[in-house]
Design a protein around this ligand. Structure first.
Ligand code: F6R
Length: 242
């Protein structure tokens, strides 16, 4: 696990965007595994800037997102479909037919998980997977206790995660209780993993990731089992690291 410490969130976002852009430059048809949430927003802004001012093209890129809430349609402003379209896809030259996000509104959610897993396999896996981390160590929506062997599956979100995500909804009651997520094994099948961690609220998770045990109680610890993981942290997130 390679740790890159940044002074600020802006620096972290620029570095993450540069690593992603380099992946595309080396392989224009790269498969990018993407994340949502607050942390990667700066990375998407920087990638958009590189597209607009430095000719970075996403034309041949395929994207697969980590997760989606169950029961929200793709035009629901709180869905991850909406997030990706508005914060990223609308501003670049990628092809909508090559954007993949689990369908949280599918009639048969189990079948949708199987379809999504197969899709990722057919694409040959992701070349790089962007990740954020929850305060409890979740990656994707894989909450503590999720088997490391898990593939794309349906999860029941825990209260801490629903509370953390309630900031995007009108109230905690409107936060869905279930979601679809790539499993931990699916994430580990990416060729390269880029974990972004920003802010004081994640400092304890950083410490646990760096010095704690590898355990299903702390999902992000599974990343120690992968040979090409880069962790980008800003100064606040590094606060408890000694
Ligand atoms: C998002 C995702 C989640 C977030 C995590 C951190 O697609 O899978 O694991 O990365 O909840 O969220 P933020 O960045 O909002 O703190």
């Amino acid at each position: 696990m390679k740790l890159m410490e940044c002074q600020t969130y802006e620096e972290l976002s620029q570095k993450a965007a540069k690593i992603t852009a380099d992946t595309i430059t080396q392989k224009p048809g790269a498969v990018l595994g993407l994340a949502t949430g607050g942390t990667p927003e700066g990375t998407y802004r920087e990638l958009i800037r590189l597209h607009q001012t430095e000719n970075l093209s996403f034309q041949n890129v395929t994207t697969v997102n980590l997760d989606e809430y169950a029961g929200l349609s793709s035009d629901d402003p709180n869905s991850y479909h909406f997030y990706m379209n508005h914060r990223f896809f609308q501003h670049i030259d990628s092809q909508p037919s090559r954007h993949f996000i689990p369908n949280g509104n599918a009639d048969d959610l189990e079948a949708e998980c199987g379809r999504y897993e197969q899709l990722i396999e057919c694409l040959g896996g992701t070349d790089i997977q962007l990740l954020g981390i929850g305060r409890n160590g979740h990656i994707g929506f894989n909450e503590p206790g999720t088997p490391f062997k898990s593939r794309t599956h349906i999860v029941t979100l825990n209260e801490q995660t629903r509370r953390a995500n309630a900031r995007y909804f009108s109230s905690i009651d409107s936060v869905p209780k279930k979601a679809l997520t790539m499993g931990i094994q699916t994430i580990l099948s990416s060729k390269r993993i880029l974990l972004l961690i920003s802010g004081e609220s994640k400092a304890a998770a950083v410490k646990k990731l760096l010095v704690g045990d590898i355990s299903e109680d702390f999902p992000a610890s599974a990343l120690h089992l992968h040979s090409d993981v880069t962790v980008l942290i800003d100064r606040e997130a590094a606060a408890l690291r000694s």
